[in-house]
Write a protein that binds this ligand. Structure first.
Ligand code: ATP
Ligand code: MG
Length: 326
């Protein structure tokens, strides 16, 4: 058995709303193996971003981590001081967010930002740092690195900015990269290029990646395994192949069928799941998906199904789907 690089157990995040504690993440568990890309999918509001932010300790009130453990290469991150955690961020864990401007400082040149990250985490200085920064500008595909080095974020296009964010996330040789909707804010034509870049750099660096997206198409292209979140809980974790071919959780199948992707016969099928995901504080008793589920029975309304683990897969359902035989 592989020892995971990142292991998240029973991660719980609550929101304090005028003194009432509302559960936003309810005992979320998953792991990321060395060199693997784990996709995190789910509808808007499922808790994907909160999961990423909780791991790197970037939750801000009213959000608070109230339970669970986060272990990176055997070390408990959830026990680190804020100062120690700051050095993990940008060092052993790189991150890429949807809006490049949240990761870039508008008043510092991109060369200086790269040098600062390299110096802080790799403990090298002087000419070596600058050379490394220039190397990274080139690796992420920007022309004339010396010119780019002196430019400021506002002088770059959105796609170029995201390339620099990717360089910043990777330049300290992280063990793990957390990317939260890295292409969602970009033009469609730029999205494919950025995904390709991420795939190439992932292959070269062998850093593990947690790729958060609502887009199953991105998952199909990039991920090895996938965790499906629903209303702050894990519905299913599986390899990409199993997930698309033989989903176990009815929600997973619903999500796949609601995605415009041509099936084997070339037909584009689109079936929306009836109803909507419950909002915060409105999660029904039992399985959170039960009001929308065609397989729901009494037990689904009575108790939360435990996460049943099988090899590298897991699902939380009392009545999992059978493998369909065509
Ligand atoms: N700062 C906050 N204060 C209150 N509620 C919040 C806060 N941040 C997130 N939430 C709520 O927590 C839930 C999960 O949010 P999260 O941002 O993790 O969703 P998501 O899966 O990333 O969705 P999206 O696909 O839209 O990015 C949502 O209901 C959201 O409204
Ligand atoms: Mg999000």
């Amino acid at each position: 058995m592989t020892t995971p690089l990142l292991d998240v157990r029973d991660l719980t995040v609550t929101i304090n709303r005028d003194g009432h504690l509302i559960t936003a993440l309810d005992k979320v568990s998953f792991s990321v193996n060395p060199g693997e890309v784990l996709g995190i999918v789910g509808e808007s509001g499922a808790g994907k971003s909160i999961t990423g932010a909780a791991i790197i300790d970037l939750l801000v009130p009213p959000l608070k981590r109230t339970g669970g453990t986060i272990t990176l290469a055997g070390e408990r991150l959830d026990r680190l001081s804020p100062k120690a955690m700051r050095s993990v961020r940008g060092g052993r864990i790189g991150f890429i967010f949807q809006d490049p401007m949240t990761s870039l400082n508008p008043v510092i040149s991109i060369g200086r930002q790269l040098c600062d990250t390299i110096e802080a985490h790799l403990k090298i200085g002087g000419e070596k740092t600058k050379r490394k920064a220039l190397e990274w500008i080139e690796r992420v595909g920007l022309p004339n690195p010396e010119v780019q080095f002196r430019r400021y974020p506002h002088q770059l296009s959105g796609g170029m900015r995201q390339r620099i964010v990717i360089a910043l996330a990777l330049c300290a040789n992280p063990a793990l990269v957390i990317a939260d909707e890295p292409t969602t804010a970009l033009d469609v034509s730029v999205q494919a290029h950025i995904l390709q870049l991420m795939r190439d750099l992932h292959r070269e660096s062998r850093a593990s990646m947690m790729l958060i997206t609502h887009d199953l198409g991105v998952i199909a292209k990039m991920a090895d395994r996938v965790a499906v979140l629903y209303a702050g809980r894990v519905a299913e974790i599986s390899t990409v192949g199993e997930l698309f071919n033989a989903p176990k959780h009815p929600y997973t199948r619903g999500l796949i069928r609601a995605t415009p992707m041509p099936s084997a016969d070339g037909e584009v099928r689109l079936d929306q799941i009836p109803g909507a995901m419950p909002g915060l504080g409105a999660v029904p008793p039992g399985c959170a998906f039960n009001p929308r589920c065609f397989k729901a029975e009494g037990d689904c309304r009575a108790a939360i199904p435990p996460l049943t683990t099988e090899e590298s897969a897991a699902f939380s359902c009392f009545h999992p789907l059978e493998r369909e035989t065509a």
